[in-house]
Design a protein around this ligand. Structure first.
Ligand code: CP
Length: 380
């Protein structure tokens, strides 16, 4: 996590397609006393701020999750999906949180995170409101992002945000926690920085894929592609400290190597890893391959086709080179990183992975509102 990032909320952060929309004023810039000091603290020193009564309250960083929490949430997700198999079970789930309202504030494009959170809310009976671009909120009139978020907290019990700026969800949670009426904030992706709920669904998927071979402990995982700007691989790397004897292999072209903050974290926590640009050489030895696309949205200039890096693509010819149990993951959306024919291979887990996202996010929301015990009691 780049704790030295300077936050800059401006009209520049509005997605491309919205730039054509009329705006009446630049967004107001507000100074919050104490924020810069808080933001520049090491992450470990900040995590307590996002807890209440010894439970996670705001979900901002993957570093908030320990092994007990991850196992607990994966179990809870399993219970929810089991209950949802029957009409009676679905009705029980829908009656858990009909008195709660959630705001989905997604001002950076999203398909899976938005839809899986939206449907997770539906599963648990929450009512939702949504804003999917700053051009349809009063931000176009110059309202600051902080006042916008504070307004949501006047109406809803939970805010789920996706934003192009690193640190946005954290600032949102911090600002609300200074007010008389805070509500939990879930980070649905903050710039190239973190995507902690994606990391939850990735863990849930890996644990399920490895269910018959001892779970995630002891596994070797390759992460491939644009590791520098891929927030999913960053968040997932942080979670590896919770698992025994896991080894990581970062496979990337020189320009997209994993950043030093993550490799330093791995060294500090004695998580073995190595880096290579020779994808084929490591294929036979890994238990999972986590593919990612080039994150052009963070490019500083136009990106040419030569930058699609075909040597970091997974192709049909590779299926005979990987292990019979090797799980193939991708946070999606994909471009050309995985040949379509691979979708038919049982090791292709990415469609199951996106579905896992809905169940683990339902589990997370149930936990945030403290109703998970009711779900566990159904099975006791
Ligand atoms: N994996 C993921 O975050 O997908 P979306 O961008 O479609 O939400």
């Amino acid at each position: 996590m780049g704790s030295k990032v300077t936050l800059k909320y401006s009209i520049i952060s509005i997605p491309m397609q919205e730039k054509k929309m009329q705006k009446y004023a630049e967004q107001t810039q507000q100074e919050f006393e104490g924020w810069e000091e808080f933001f520049n603290k090491p992450v470990d020193e900040k995590l307590e701020n996002f807890k209440r009564n010894d439970r996670i309250y705001d979900v901002i960083y993957a570093q908030q999750f320990d092994r007990n929490f991850l196992d607990y949430l994966c179990n809870l997700a399993d219970m929810i999906r089991l209950l949802a198999k029957t009409k009676v079970g679905q009705s029980k789930l829908r009656h858990l949180l009909p008195h709660k309202r959630a705001m989905l504030y997604f001002v950076q494009p999203s398909t899976r995170t938005f839809l899986s959170f939206q449907n997770a809310c539906h599963i648990l009976g929450l009512t939702i409101s949504e804003i999917r671009g700053t051009s349809t909120s009063s931000e176009v009139k110059g309202e600051s992002p902080e006042d916008t978020i504070r307004t949501f907290a006047s109406y809803v019990d939970l805010i789920i945000s996706r934003h192009p700026e690193a640190g946005f969800a954290e600032k949102t949670a911090w600002v609300l926690n200074q007010t008389e009426h805070p509500v939990p904030v879930l980070n649905g992706g903050s710039g190239p920085d973190q995507h902690p709920t994606q990391a939850l669904l990735d863990i849930y998927t890996l644990e399920r894929e490895f269910r018959t071979i001892g779970g995630l402990d002891g596994k070797k995982i390759a992460m491939v592609g644009d590791l520098k700007r891929g927030r999913t691989v960053r968040s997932l790397s942080y979670l590896m400290k919770n698992y025994q004897d896991v080894e990581l292999i970062y496979v990337a072209p020189e320009v997209f190597r994993m950043k030093d903050d993550i490799t330093e974290f791995l060294r500090k926590h004695r998580i073995p890893f190595h880096e290579t640009d020779d994808f084929e050489s490591i294929m036979p030895e890994v238990d999972a391959i986590y593919m990612t696309r080039i994150q052009n949205e963070y490019a500083e200039g136009p990106v040419s086709e030569a930058e699609s890096f075909p040597e970091f693509h997974l192709k049909k010819k590779h299926l005979s080179m990987i292990q019979t149990h090797c799980a193939i993951l991708h946070p999606l959306p994909r471009r050309y990183e995985i040949e379509i024919i691979i979708d038919k291979d049982p090791r292709a887990a990415y469609w199951r992975q996106e579905r896992c996202g809905m169940w683990i996010r339902a589990a997370l929301i149930a936990y945030i509102f403290g109703v998970e015990k009711v779900i566990f009691e159904e099975f006791s």
